[in-house]
Design a protein around this ligand. Structure first.
Ligand code: PAF
Length: 299
């Protein structure tokens, strides 16, 4: 079942055989599984895998017979001033982690196959409104890049189920909407945030933090937990809470991009009586932009 693709000229040595890089090889393997009546789960990633990604694989295995994982650092979701070239790449480690976790197929396409006419002005998929707020406001076209590449992967893999981390809540909600509105027959499962022992949400970007920044980073989670406690107590002056929390975040050494209280289902402004809220935060620590969130259910 495991084959090395004939087109796999670029990967480093020692990559296990259970990977393909061409869309043709991917489709051939998927067709085999479909013919055997197997249910397929898909976990898209950009590599540099950590326990957060591996929990997506675990959830995928619990929901399907076969698990396909993609590793593709998607140029379309990086802004001109962002870290595309510096994005951490650990292909050998990723392969062995996926092997260890029982993934069935690793798909590592090349940019020219995903964007056959280049990345300048490709056909794109964009979910209105949600793509422009919060992280979309400071990273214009980021969500367009995400939904475009995920739609492409959905067409290639045609999974029954796809799994995304709840850490990128805005991404998860955008993808849910895209899936519904483009009629993809795919179940989207959100998988809870995985945290380091000190509470820092796992992220490939944590590797950019210096030792002193790494010591400060978990404060972000502590601050949003405190805000959740205020909401639990019934405090409902949301914009005042947001202003106060911005100050706290800045005071411990971050530069707060946003801290907001929104409806958890669609990230719109909460209305009186809303019970399911989400706290979402993005803040810079040195050159690293961290995001986190917490869903709060009010009594
Ligand atoms: O969450 C990510 O790693 C990426 O945004 C995704 C979903 C793999 C699309 O490139």
């Amino acid at each position: 079942m495991w084959r090395r693709s004939s087109r796999e000229s670029f990967p480093p040595k020692n990559i296990p055989l259970n990977s393909v890089s061409s869309i043709e090889d991917l489709r051939r393997q998927i067709a085999e599984w479909r013919t055997a009546g197997e249910r397929i789960a898909f976990v898209p990633t950009m590599g540099n895998l950590h326990e957060g990604h591996l929990k997506l694989v675990d959830a995928a295995k619990a929901n399907a017979d076969r698990v396909v994982v993609s590793i593709f650092v998607n140029p379309m979701q990086f802004g001109a001033d962002e870290d595309l070239d510096a994005y951490p790449k650990t292909p050998e480690q990723d392969s062995s982690l996926l092997d260890g976790r029982g993934a069935d197929l690793l798909f590592r396409p090349i940019v020219a196959d995903i964007y056959p006419s280049g990345t300048n002005e490709p056909t794109f998929v964009e979910v209105p409104e949600i793509s422009d707020i919060l992280c979309g406001a400071s990273r214009p076209s980021h969500f367009r890049g995400v939904t475009t590449v995920v739609a492409k992967f959905f067409n290639m893999v045609q999974p029954d189920v796809a799994l995304f981390g709840e850490k990128d809540l805005q991404q998860l909600i955008s993808i849910r909407r895209m899936t519904t509105e483009l009629n993809f027959p795919i179940e989207i499962i959100g998988v809870p945030i995985v945290r380091e022992i000190d509470g820092l949400a796992m992220s490939s970007r944590n590797g950019y933090l210096s030792e002193s920044e790494r010591a400060i980073a978990p404060r972000l989670y502590e601050i949003i937990k405190d805000l959740a406690t205020e909401l639990d107590k019934g405090v409902s002056e949301y914009s005042l809470l947001e202003q106060q929390t911005t100050k706290k975040i800045d005071a411990v050494g971050f530069k707060c991009d946003y801290i907001v209280i929104r409806r958890a289902t669609d990230l719109s402004e909460p209305k009186t009586g809303d019970k399911l809220l989400a706290i979402l935060v993005a803040a810079r620590l040195g050159r690293t932009r961290l995001i986190d969130n917490m869903v709060v259910t009010l009594d």
